[in-house]
Unconditional design. Structure first.
Length: 280
């Protein structure tokens, strides 16, 4: 059973080790799989126990057939794999969040790096200075410096950072450093062109965001403000004519408030998702 399970995990997530590193996890694939397999078993057991109580109550009070208990077995396995897939899918969200954090001020850190290189400072000192900046992206450069302190060569440390990079923009910058270390080419010119390219890409993202923002804002004005206001007024007037009980009217208002809160939360997430990574 364990062998089949491990084979299934490898088939579903063939690049799990790479995904873990991109997500910033230090665990091995086996450790991560064992850890969240236990969590999945626990949650599947708790939910199955809840459904068992419901079915037993149905058998005793409503006359449900006894063979309905058989459905608990496939339900348990379905819940187990559902929770397992959910835990593994969280890795993609973690990678996206790391990319967002990294690209939020990557351009600032990269310009500082270029400025230090133009001043004639050695590459190692430049990487150390960038890693000491108070920016979100500086901690990613700090990982490179930590690998170098542990005995890894600069070229190998940069290569590992490229392999486990969650951001294409960060990868481009590191590739310029790696190429210059390999070939001895002038890193300053290539870095300038790379930063100009990233700046243009960022401007394109901002323009695209502006185009998307107008229709979404209009949709929010209609669904999030106008419809709730008019709908509430119409319901109040309608309940006055129909003469619904006070309890029913209160329930309807509470339901409307909940729907409005969910709608507002949805639009907050939508605006946040549309916002491009800001590289200051």
């Amino acid at each position: 059973m364990i062998i089949i399970f491990n084979v299934l995990i490898k088939q579903l997530f063939p690049n799990l080790e790479l995904t873990l590193r991109k997500a910033g996890k230090k665990e091995s694939p086996q450790e991560y799989t064992n850890k969240y397999s236990k969590y999945s078993l626990l949650f599947a057991f708790l939910f199955s126990a809840f459904f068992l109580i419901v079915i037993l109550e149905g058998i005793n009070n409503r006359g449900w057939p006894t063979f309905s208990l058989i459905f608990l077995v496939p339900l348990f396995f379905a819940l187990f794999f559902a929770f397992l897939l959910m835990f593994f899918s969280v890795l993609r969200l973690t990678i996206f969040n790391r990319r967002y954090e990294l690209e939020s001020d990557l351009l600032y850190s990269s310009r500082y790096l270029l400025l230090k290189l133009e001043s004639g400072a050695p590459l190692l000192n430049v990487l150390i200075d960038v890693s000491n900046l108070h920016t979100n992206s500086s901690k990613f450069f700090r990982e490179i410096v930590s690998d170098i302190y542990l005995g890894t060569s600069i070229e190998e440390a940069v290569g590992l950072a490229i392999k486990y990079s969650p951001s294409p923009a960060y990868t481009k910058i590191l590739e310029e450093i790696k190429n210059s270390l390999k070939t001895g080419a002038d890193i300053e010119k290539s870095m300038k062109s790379t930063l100009e390219s990233l700046t243009k890409e960022h401007l394109i993202q901002i323009k695209a965001y502006g185009k998307k923002l107008s229709p979404v804002s209009m949709m929010y004005m209609i669904i999030g403000t106008i419809l709730p206001a008019l709908g509430s007024a119409m319901i109040v007037v309608a309940t006055g004519f129909i003469e619904l009980p006070l309890k029913t009217s209160s329930t309807m208002l509470v339901f409307l408030v909940l729907v409005l809160l969910i709608t507002q939360f949805f639009f907050i997430l939508l605006f946040k998702a549309l916002k491009p990574q800001v590289m200051a």
